[in-house]
Design a protein around this ligand. Sequence first.
Ligand code: ADP
Ligand code: ADP
Ligand code: MG
Length: 669
Amino acid sequence: MFKKILIANRGEIACRVIKTARRMGIATVAVYSDADRDALHVEMADEAVHIGAAPAVESYLVAVKIIAACKETGAEAVHPGYGFLSERASFCEALEKEGIIFIGPKPKAITAMGDKIESKKFASAAKVSTVPGYLGVIEDADHAEKIAGEIGYPVMIKASAGGGGKGMRIAWSEAEVRDGFDRARSEARSSFGDDRVFIEKYVVEPRHIEIQVLADAHGNAVYLCERECSIQRRNQKVAEEAPSPFLDEATRKAMGEQSVALAKAVDYQSAGTVEFIVDKDRNFYFLEMNTRLQVEHPVTELVTGIDLVEQMIRVAAGEKLPFSQKDIKLNGWAIESRLYAEDPYRNFLPSIGRLTRYRPPQEGKTDGRIIRNDTGVFEGAEISMYYDPMIAKLCTWAPTRIEAIDAMGEALDGFVVDGIEHNVPFLSALMKHPRWREGRLSTGFIAEEYPEGFAPMSPDGDEAAALAAIALSCSLVEGNRRERHADRLRPAAGPLRDDWVVKLGDEYLSLKLLDGLITIPFEMDMEIGGAVTSVVTDWRPGDAVWSGSVGGRKITAQIRPFLNGLRIDWQGLSVKARIFTPRQADLDRLMPVKLPPDTSKLLLCPMPGLVVSIAVAEGQEVKAGETLAVVEAMKMENVLRAERDLVVGKIQTKPGESLAVDAVIMEFA
Ligand code: ADP
Ligand code: ADP
Ligand code: MG
């Protein structure tokens, strides 16, 4: 076994690899860029080597620097994590030349599977069922139109070198093929330095189901069942689970066996993932093979009990797999939520900044449920523009799917993240979405369920009553604490009043205290809307998480004070609450409401980005849907279109300028 390994990655995956290495008694070396001097993976590793400036092309992607770091520290092997150099055959070859072991597959397998066109050819030769399409490079828009016509609409245009959901476009018509071809090609060139694109059939109502395989250097290969990753935005996964609620034993076995056949055909060793798209009749088609550890691998670990990183390390050290196919058993259900620094209310656009608060839920096993949080950040850390905006991967395990979902909902409700926009409200709302709970999924789930985008939800009657009760409990506990402060001049408070009004958003709810104690813990029977509800909590002033029960229902919610009130976040609901006496409430009703400024005559930049082009001129008449400007952010070209017919007024920016979020691009007349 190795004595020391280097992890050529950063963030949560570097931390995750370090944990297993440490458990196996292997020393670890981290590498870091300027932006990561104080990162968690540097802190956790036994040694750390600085490898350059913040942009990945000057640090994490520079193979010679990684190799130099291995030599400097005496690391015998390199774990590449995912992304960065994990799927570069040239990197493995360079390591091999230096006598350093790559913890992953051999270069031959990476080359065969790394390119989508080549891997599809390979898979069909290995009798794996592939998506119908054209197995070659498309030359130009005319060629694309011809091929698309032959395949039949809708089609998907994809970059052969693509990954991470980038460089792919759905086209429903000839016009969309022509437009999509040019965009896919330009995105492929700028993201992957390789503009080869191909076209395949777009599978309608698709589910993304993938098979985890594991193979050693002695010809043994097994499949560790599947993961379903159908909850996606921009063709990127957001929530995953294992097993899939859709597969039956026969389909699972067929997919597993084809995946193992493919792995054997490329002499695969280490962990790898064969991705399939599955249609509503359970026909499955090979999409691609990822020759690395997958982001969502923890759900497989939770249901199989196998540590994939440990197996990767053992296989790389030449050991045989300690189990065969018949030993692999599925136990229970696991869900993963990817917490991203992105704004769910603004089409999931990235957000960067400092984590002013970061308080994940407690990890471990309680009440027969497991919570696992893989993360690479800490309170006070910064989510920079240089790398993937993932904050953490929160996983839950329970005996059944619904229990695992409920455990996730609760864990998310208690996960406090401040300082940046993030998708926790979306994930929390997802956990209570009936269609998700039923397991009726497709990769179009988010687009179908939130056609207008994800919007803040408003509470129903019971939820409003619970939120009002929570708000009042906080206010009473806080008031009580103020009263008891020593050495303070205080107005005579008089007896505790029993009638209160909670303003939730724009609604006024009357609450009456019946009987109880305003202590810690707080226990009070209240009358809300004619019903008697008892509220119990051990919340203390300053706590970000409120946990307790309202009317017997267990609730975990988050409390954030703001001027004269508090904001409560719970299950994707976010409401502002103010506590009034009935008299104050009467007066509040008379207060004029301050309206937000009118931005309907402005085109604002929806995310921090670089202006690529301005498509219109001042004074030009534009129809709804026409392009106004293109802004590049996170390597994606975002086309900003007119939402209605309009006339362009003053243009306030020009191509090449970099803009902050909400910067004015142009005015409308
Ligand atoms: P998974 O299927 O494991 O979720 P993704 O395809 O979402 O993997 O990619 C995982 C990570 O690797 C992401 O951070 C993504 O940005 C990065 N990545 C994947 N493929 C590439 C590639 N070809 N070039 C650069 N980064 C990539
Ligand atoms: P990446 O390398 O970016 O992960 P994939 O080929 O794995 O690219 O596709 C990513 C996602 O795009 C899939 O999970 C699926 O949602 C969607 N997708 C890809 N190809 C098709 C297709 N032919 N039909 C329907 N959806 C597809
Ligand atoms: Mg993929």
